[in-house]
Design a protein around this ligand. Structure first.
Ligand code: SF4
Length: 269
């Protein structure tokens, strides 16, 4: 009843205003709260001001990342010094990688997607079937949930404001966890991606990503929401969206929302 009333009022207000964009944004945010299980609107001062003032500096326009080729190699010097160029150099170094056995079953390398100049970076575990087929990270069910968290939860644009990748770039067979040798083989590329992008905030999605970035076993249920320093970036740990879909409890949804709220506040500090 509470949410129904809120959305009726919003619809009425939208009908009265010529420019309803801010109301549409507000509606998206409120729908995210509702889907996350909230029965009231949290009114913490800081988060309100973040949502109202939206002081996030827009990230510079993304440069497309293409597979390595001769043309890119020739242009490499020109790109040195900018994030897109640095990232392109990492992709070029990876090439048609066969450094671990995951190369044997993959359809595509899933390098990463988003804005190389993003101030917020998400690191997941590894590509699934949809990601392997499309060569893009987080495009399946869990990907849709991540997009919802980014766009409805904290009001950012997935393509313009963030960069997303995984700890391994090729699909583990049957979606099993990546093995130690595979993680070790791929880790230099992840570190180089982070070094290329130099994000202000990194969000580790799930235990494997958190464990790789912190270099130790992480108990994600105990450690989610904790902050760490990572080579000049701030790193926060949260649940993987796939876990959220499996354990779709009010507690877990609110936990992820709280973590994202912290990440947003850190971005604006
Ligand atoms: S997972 Fe990484 S190291 Fe292994 S083949 Fe793919 S790109 Fe290379």
């Amino acid at each position: 009843m509470f949410w129904k009333t809120v959305f009726v009022i919003l619809k009425f207000m939208s009908a009265q205003h010529a420019n309803a964009d801010p109301l549409v944004e507000l509606e998206n945010y409120l729908r995210f709260l509702k889907d996350s299980g909230y029965t009231e609107i949290p009114l913490e001062e800081d988060f309100n001001s973040l949502l109202c003032n939206r002081p996030i500096t827009p990230s510079p326009v993304a440069q497309p990342i293409s597979p390595p080729n001769t043309e890119v190699r020739m242009k490499k010097d020109r790109h040195d010094g900018d994030a897109a160029g640095r990232l392109q150099a990492v992709r070029e170094e990876m090439g048609n990688c066969t450094r671990c056995k995951l190369s044997e079953g993959r359809a595509n390398i899933v390098f990463g997607s988003g804005n190389p100049n993003a101030r917020l970076m998400f690191v997941g575990e590894g590509p699934g079937a949809d990601e392997d087929a499309q060569g893009l990270p987080f495009v399946g069910r869990a990907g849709k949930k991540l997009t919802e968290i980014i766009e409805k939860g904290i009001g950012l644009n997935r393509e313009k404001d963030v960069y997303i990748c995984n700890i391994v770039k090729c699909r583990p067979p049957g979606n099993r966890d990546p093995e130690k040798d595979e993680i070790e083989a791929c880790q230099p590329f992840l570190l180089k991606q982070i070094e290329a992008i130099r994000p202000k905030v990194i969000v580790a999605l799930g235990r494997p990503a958190a464990s790789v970035l912190l270099g130790r076993k992480v108990a994600i249920t105990k450690e989610r929401g904790t902050w760490h320093d990572f080579h000049g970036s701030k790193l926060i740990l949260t649940f993987h969206p796939a876990y959220l879909l499996r354990a779709y409890t009010l507690e877990n949804r609110q936990a992820v929302f709280e973590d994202m709220k912290q990440a947003l506040m850190e971005l604006n500090r």
